[in-house]
Structures are given as C-alpha cells and as structure tokens.
Design a protein around this ligand. Structure first.
Ligand code: SF4
Length: 85
C-alpha cells in the first residue's frame, strides 16, 4: 500500500457517515457534524480501510495524498532553491 496523508474537505462532506463506519480509528465527527480525519498520516494497519473510505465517499470529500516520495520532493525543492541563489 501507498503511505497516505488524509483529510476531509468540509465543503464537500455531506455527513453520510460512511467513512466513520468504515474506519472510526481514522475518521470521526467534528463539532459541526462534519467528518474529519483524526490522524495526519494514516497508520499502516488502516491503509486498506482508508483507501476503501476514499473510494466509497459519495462526494469524493476525502483527499488522500501519496507521501511515498515526500522526501525526494523535498530534495528537489531544496536543490532548486540552491540554484536560484
Ligand atoms: S464518506 Fe464522505 S461524505 Fe460521508 S461522512 Fe465521510 S467524508 Fe463525509
């Protein structure tokens, strides 16, 4: 599985509860009754369930960010910054 960061777009969430039913360890309601990711980086054991939640959200409100190349991207950025100096 791909290491993921996950968050919910509150403007798109219609509070159907599917993601919370699927993976209450990662998703929960906030004070406004909107689903919210409780973790920044998805723990390995929940990656499959979060992927399922991503695919089953009726409004595609759950955004998963692939962080498997995060270190490499940082390297590229810092190299570009160095070139500009
Ligand atoms: S599945 Fe999507 S619409 Fe339903 S509660 Fe979760 S984020 Fe909101």
């Amino acid at each position: 599985m791909i290491p993921l960061k996950v968050y919910v777009d509150p403007d798109l969430c219609i509070s159907c509860g599917a993601c919370i039913d699927l993976c209450p360890e990662v998703f929960d309601w906030n004070e406004e009754g909107i689903a919210e990711a409780q973790v920044d980086e998805v723990p390995k054991e929940f990656e499959d369930l979060v992927q399922e939640a991503l695919e089953s959200c009726p409004t595609s409100a759950i955004i998963g960010e692939d962080i498997s190349n995060a270190d490499e991207e940082e390297d590229v950025l810092s190299m570009e910054e160095e070139k500009e100096e």
